[in-house]
Design a protein around this ligand. Structure first.
Ligand code: PLP
Length: 427
């Protein structure tokens, strides 16, 4: 490494020991990073082709207000998403406030009283517990008469096919399949694995709807779960597909029939997709989606770098440094509350925004234990930007994700280790 950049890192608080270890780890990663760049290149072409096919033009960047009737920018963007993800239709809206909201819409719009929802991949993401009613909550699907069944993954992370077959009942209407591990230490599922599960579910019950929680998975592979038969894929625009530029929003892509239901739930029966002013968000949605393949690639490199670095220091990491990736989350078992806090302090200190603040644990709505979060983001809570968080419970796992540029991700990871060292950890 050249002296100038070495000096720059040291001026930014990284000691020689941490930097040298980082450089050693990186040397091994060159072939892996090259493969990630090829996927990003492919996905960049996919997005470009969809934008060209739909004749995106400057007129599509206009703000609309009020009802938002005839918002051609919004409608064209939805065609771009649908074509990129190979679905019949899509909703991409700033009115969808976050990933949980998008999932709640997709579920509640397509389920009716008496239906059963099945998760064949174990416990869903924490915030969905109240949506479904696994934890008692006013307004949950359960309160509306939708029951829930769950089949856990086998200990090795594979699908428990016999148990899934047994769990499917005549009123099983929809299966929810989470691609990313979220706050669990199970493996993330590849689009192909999800495809196998969907094929099995549809063989057991041809009319079952399959919805994939696609959060953090977009653009990590060449294919999305929608290329493997998912009826709906759902995600947040302050994660991968917003490319770091979308200031808020969510998407649901899927079959025309499912999306029609969601549109009526999002706004109102009778109004559906025709309303919803973009209030000036559209340009950042387009531009963020355009950047999303390369932004996701940078974040994925950061995740792999973190895995390799902490693995080398003897920590348990999920997935391991050599595992193929299907999302951008990296979990590291830090083993103590002190280390979890130190890690988060490092991520915070490396941020472009709010680098001077100290993260503290808090009782975040929707989560059942205190969570510590580090993020110095341009967009509040954006987790495609470099961020780390973890619930304060053993084994004190930090979930690390994002980085709009790979260089920032690299610096953040080095800084996380620096803070561990400053707190007494021996390299
Ligand atoms: C982020 C995420 C969600 C939704 O979270 P929001 O914070 O509401 O956007 C749901 N599922 C998974 C797997 C996620 O990573």
């Amino acid at each position: 490494m050249e002296t100038e950049i070495r000096k720059m890192y040291q001026a930014c608080g990284i000691s020689a020991g941490v930097l040298n270890l980082g450089e050693e780890v990186l040397e091994e990663l060159a072939p892996r990073f090259a493969a990630i760049d090829r996927i990003a290149e492919y996905n960049q072409m996919k997005v470009l082709a969809a934008m060209q096919k739909n004749r995106v033009s400057e007129t599509h960047f206009a703000a609309t207000t009020g009802y938002g009737y005839n918002d051609s920018g919004r409608d064209t963007l939805e065609r771009v998403y649908a074509d990129t993800f190979h679905t019949e239709d899509a909703l991409v809206r700033s009115q969808i406030t976050c990933g949980t909201h998008a999932l709640n819409l997709a579920l509640s719009a397509n389920l009716r009283p008496g239906d059963e929802l099945l998760s064949p991949v174990g416990k869903p993401y924490d915030t969905l517990e109240e949506v479904i009613g696994i934890r008692e909550s006013a307004g949950s699907l359960r309160e509306y008469g939708v029951s829930y069944a769950q089949v856990d993954l086998r200990p090795d992370g594979t699908f428990d096919y016999p148990a899934i077959r047994a769990a499917i009942r005549p009123n099983t209407k929809l299966a929810t399949i989470q691609r990313s591990k979220g706050y669990a230490s199970r493996p993330t599922l590849s689009s192909k694995q999800i495809g196998e599960l969907i094929a099995f579910l549809k063989e057991c019950k041809p009319d079952i709807l399959c919805m994939v929680d696609n959060c953090y998975g977009e653009f990590v592979e060449r294919e999305e779960p929608s290329d493997y038969g998912a009826d709906m894929i759902v995600g947040s625009l302050i994660k991968n597909p917003g490319g770091g530029l979308a200031p808020a929003g969510g998407y649901i892509c899927g079959t025309a029939a499912c999306i029609e239901q969601v549109a009526r739930r999002l706004t109102s029966p009778g109004l559906g997709r025709e309303v919803g002013a973009n209030l000036g968000t559209t340009p950042s949605f387009y531009q963020g989606f355009f950047l999303a393949p390369t932004v996701t690639a940078g974040a994925e490199k950061g995740a792999i770098f973190a895995a390799k670095l902490y693995e080398r220091l003897g920590f348990r990491v999920h997935p391991t440094g050599d595992t193929p990736r299907h999302d951008i989350i990296q979990a590291i078992d830090l083993g103590s509350a002190e280390r979890l806090s130190a890690f988060c302090r490092g991520i915070q200190a490396a941020a472009p925004v709010d680098s001077y603040v100290t993260p503290e644990p808090w009782a975040m709505p929707g989560y059942d234990s205190p969570v510590i979060m580090a993020a110095g983001a341009f967009v509040q809570g954006s987790s495609i930007e470099l961020s780390a968080d973890g619930p304060l419970r053993p084994p004190y796992t930090v979930y690390f994700q994002g980085g709009i540029t790979w260089y920032h991700a690299k610096y953040g990871i080095l800084m996380s280790l620096q803070k561990l060292v400053d707190a007494g950890f021996q390299l």
